[in-house]
Design a protein around this ligand. Structure first.
Ligand SMILES: NC(=O)c1ccc[n+]([C@@H]2O[C@H](COP(=O)([O-])OP(=O)(O)OC[C@H]3O[C@@H](n4cnc5c(N)ncnc54)[C@H](OP(=O)(O)O)[C@@H]3O)[C@@H](O)[C@H]2O)c1
Length: 263
């Protein structure tokens, strides 16, 4: 065997997602879109789930143009029936998933004193309840089949107060706890459950903050790498957590933040 073929086979054994099916919520924008692209390029058939159809279909068109297998489901993950319906429609394309990525999230930032029950409920519904319900729907099946990967996208605000963390930080703190509980339940059956923790990433979620050059520069200076995050920065970590290579990594919160959290 040539050196190239040996190296290809080795990399493929560790990281290839050939034959895997992935569901990525929030897969039509920002970090979720980059993760969906990464998993698809690594061989998985990917279903992206979000509300807006134009963004969903543009994402799938882009993946298909790259020769990837992808489908989309439009659903509202802020209501329990919406989550259940989206989950059932998501399996129609390629079957039950081996990989679940929860990237759909919202960050409403009222000052603490004005944080009403509506904002609290909306935040918990999308950021925490949807990942819990989807985990309950897909986790046991993964465990039965002996392989699964659940990846949540949390936030540095699970660990520190930052720009009015409010209900958002609470939801993300709980999401990391959920990952640990899921890991405890399903890791013995080959299902790892982990969290990727972004710092400040230039995506539509942060449109307002990202449009202030002084704040953008100040945040970049708080990292060790010297720049803010890009959605593409999550590709490698996601492929690692989705594949065979990470089989002994579970219950972890892995920071992909350019060193923001350790400065
Ligand atoms: N950007 C950052 O700096 C940063 C930092 C820390 C953590 N994060 C986390 O990373 C994840 C992705 O954020 P992002 O920056 O990539 O944000 P984004 O570009 O705004 O993407 C959010 C995605 O979630 C979907 N979504 C929102 N509400 C939904 C709902 N009710 N039902 C279904 N889908 C819904 C959106 O699509 P529709 O609007 O079409 O539904 C979109 O696809 C989030 O969980 C966020 O909290 C981001």
């Amino acid at each position: 065997m040539t050196r190239d073929a040996t190296s290809q086979r080795y990399l493929s054994e560790l990281f290839s997602l050939d034959g895997r099916v992935a569901v990525v919520t929030g897969g039509s924008s920002g970090i979720g879109r980059a993760v969906a692209g990464a998993l698809a390029q690594a061989g998985a058939s990917v279903v992206v789930v979000a509300r807006r159809e134009a963004e969903l279909s543009a994402t799938v068109d882009e993946l298909a143009a790259d020769g990837c297998r992808a489908a989309w489901v439009s659903g509202d993950l802020s209501v329990r029936d919406g989550v259940r319906a989206a989950a059932e429609r998501a399996v129609e394309a390629f079957g039950e998933p081996d990989i679940l990525v929860n990237s759909a999230g919202i960050n409403l930032r009222p000052p603490m004193g004005e944080l009403d029950e509506e904002v609290w409920d909306a935040t918990m519904a999308v950021n925490l309840e949807a990942p819990y319900l989807l985990g309950r729907r897909f986790g046991p099946g993964m465990a039965e089949r002996g392989f699964g990967r659940i990846i949540h996208i949390s936030s540095q605000q699970a660990h520190r107060a930052f720009v009015r963390s409010g209900a958002y930080g609470v939801s993300k703190g709980a999401l990391e706890s959920l990952a640990r509980s899921q890991a405890e339940a399903w890791s013995p059956y080959g299902v790892t459950c982990n969290t990727l923790v972004p710092g400040f990433v230039m995506t539509p979620l942060n449109a307002r903050l990202s449009s202030d050059p002084e704040r953008v520069a100040a945040l970049a200076a708080r990292t060790m790498v010297g720049r803010n995050g890009l959605a593409e920065d999550f590709a490698g970590a996601a492929v690692f957590l989705a594949g065979r290579a990470s089989g002994y990594v579970t219950g972890q919160a892995i920071f992909v933040d350019g060193g923001f959290s350790v400065h």
